[in-house]
Design a protein around this ligand. Structure first.
Ligand SMILES: Cc1cc2nc3c(=O)[nH]c(=O)nc-3n(C[C@H](O)[C@H](O)[C@H](O)COP(=O)(O)OP(=O)(O)OC[C@H]3O[C@@H](n4cnc5c(N)ncnc54)[C@H](O)[C@@H]3O)c2cc1C
Length: 472
């Protein structure tokens, strides 16, 4: 049946069939092995928003497609199997929706949803403008923005989704609509965190920010000095006068074969300042290497691609204290130290500041449920990566064990928060529940309004679905 559906979809544009080099290339382009191991019956590749709308119309109304489920694929950085690919169904690959332009006064960037952030930054840097998008340039505009989006500019302007002025989106009916403050305002709000539950977004219109050169790079410390780095990070994240140009990803990385921990800091400052005062406490800790330098965003975002690997993610949000950061390290170390796999496994355990200034612009305007009233927080992200594809269940169990133990410690310390960032969540987590009851009800209501037959709930099984979304 899916083969007949693929044949019907060919009327709306390019369709790639198995055993062709174009199909194999697209399948191999997934970031995780879990995703590239799935074989759809075809990839459909719209090149325009209207072609995307025609595809959805055929999927909804053509007899040959009535039982064919589908997935939406952007730049593939959600690692879980089935989030952006589907075995035996149709995968709509939107990477051909890659237009980029800027308004005459350069205040709005019109960005095709299939772009990578790298292409967006390379286009905008010459204008001395940017958008508050992802930090690794290979990540997709589509997936990151509809899940929230953490940017170097977030302390200044909020989540990436908060900077969207307009979404162009194909609804389940096949209708192509705009969602903004005055047109479809409920949909506009729902798409700011609602993931792929409301439609296929074809274009984002982002408010731009000013940029020239920025400070970026890596600063590596000895793991033995972690307590001093954790103290600096906690003070940075909870500073009463948080510097909105400053961000910092603190990662502790464990190699289960060598049993070695690495402490990697990525402090980025969005102004051309070679030694911002805000990092003085970090600089004061002796480091092993420091390549921080002024650069352009499209250069900084052009990170080396990783080889094909299995990847996991898992996340939580916590209040911040130095003692708790030390406790987390000890818990994680005790949990994973003796766990290894044939071919090895490594863990990135990362901390990212979520200060109140970051949460202010979108509070009540997106559906994430994050507000300055929650105080300064940090996002915890655990990402294992490994080669042995048969070990998924074992690694997943370890990820859950880490989250369970660290969450218990957080709860005991009064530092556990309900928000779980969907773009970092493990497939077994329920990020929408962390948005809070009223946002959840709003999402369900908006889904009923714009997708009365629940097509994006039932026939797009990949990604996080709305809990209670099976109401029809
Ligand atoms: C190396 C790496 C770096 C990262 N850096 C950051 C970062 O700096 N900041 C941050 O916030 N997050 C970051 N993330 C997390 C990232 O935001 C998520 O993984 C995100 O889902 C990736 O989006 P994508 O388009 O690349 O992925 P995909 O896997 O292609 O898509 C992810 C999900 O979004 C859906 N989707 C994508 N586009 C659309 C669309 N146009 N319409 C409807 N549904 C759509 C897909 O169906 C899928 O379920 C990073 C992840 C990785 C692996």
């Amino acid at each position: 049946m899916a083969a007949a559906c693929c044949a019907a979809l060919a009327a709306a544009g390019s369709v790639l069939l198995p055993n062709t080099s174009a199909y194999n290339q697209t399948q191999a382009s997934y970031w995780s092995l879990q995703e590239s191991s799935l074989s759809p019956s075809c990839f459909a590749q719209p090149q325009t928003a209207q072609q995307a709308a025609n595809l959805i119309t055929i999927l909804t109304s053509h007899q040959a497609c009535s039982t064919t489920d589908f997935a939406i694929k952007c730049q593939t950085h959600a690692p879980a199997a089935g989030f952006a690919n589907i075995a035996g169904g149709v995968t709509i690959d939107i990477t051909g929706l890659n237009s980029i332009s800027v308004s005459e006064d350069h205040s709005i960037a019109y960005v095709g949803a299939g772009n990578s952030w790298l292409d967006v930054y390379a286009y905008l840097d010459p204008y001395n403008k940017s958008v508050a998008g992802g930090r690794n340039g290979a990540v997709g505009v589509g997936g990151l923005t509809i899940g929230g989006g953490i940017s170097y500019f977030s302390p200044q302007v909020g989540w990436t989704c908060d900077t969207v002025q307009n979404f162009e989106v194909v609804l389940a009916s096949g209708e192509l609509v705009n969602a903004n403050a005055t047109s479809n305002p409920d949909l506009y709000r729902a798409l700011k965190g609602g993931k792929n539950n409301f439609g296929l977004v074809t274009r984002f219109d982002f408010a731009t920010v000013d940029i020239t050169r920025i400070l970026g790079g890596n600063l590596v410390n000895d793991i033995a000095d972690r307590a001093a780095v954790f103290a600096a990070f906690a003070d940075f994240t909870t500073a009463p006068d948080y510097d909105v140009h400053a961000s910092w990803v603190l990662s502790t990385i464990f190699n289960a074969t060598s049993k070695a921990w690495t402490l990697l800091n990525v402090p980025v400052y969005t102004l051309p300042d070679t030694r911002p005062l805000v990092y003085e406490q970090l600089y004061a800790v002796p480091n092993i290497s420091d390549n921080l330098a002024l650069t352009e965003l499209h250069v900084l975002a052009n990170q080396t691609a990783t080889p094909p690997l299995n990847w996991g993610m898992g996340t939580a949000t916590y209040g911040v204290s130095t003692a708790f950061l030390n406790e987390i390290f000890d818990i994680v170390n005790a949990t994973i130290y003796d766990f290894n796999l044939p071919g090895g496994v490594a863990w990135s355990i990362a901390f990212e500041p979520l200060p109140t200034v970051f949460l202010a612009p979108g509070a009540g305007k997106n559906v994430l449920g994050t507000t300055p009233a929650d105080g300064n927080q940090m996002i915890f992200l655990t990402s294992p990566f490994w080669t042995d594809s048969s070990a998924d269940a074992e690694v997943h169990a370890k990820t859950e064990e880490i989250l369970t133990k660290v969450n218990a410690a957080a709860e005991k310390a009064g530092l556990l928060r309900q928000f779980e960032y969907a773009n970092y969540a493990d497939y077994s987590q329920q990020p929408f529940e962390g948005y809070g009851q009223s946002n959840l009800e709003f999402l369900l209501q908006t889904s009923k309004q714009y997708d009365p037959n629940g097509m994006f709930q039932k026939r797009v099984p990949g990604g996080f679905k709305l809990p209670g979304g099976q109401w029809w």
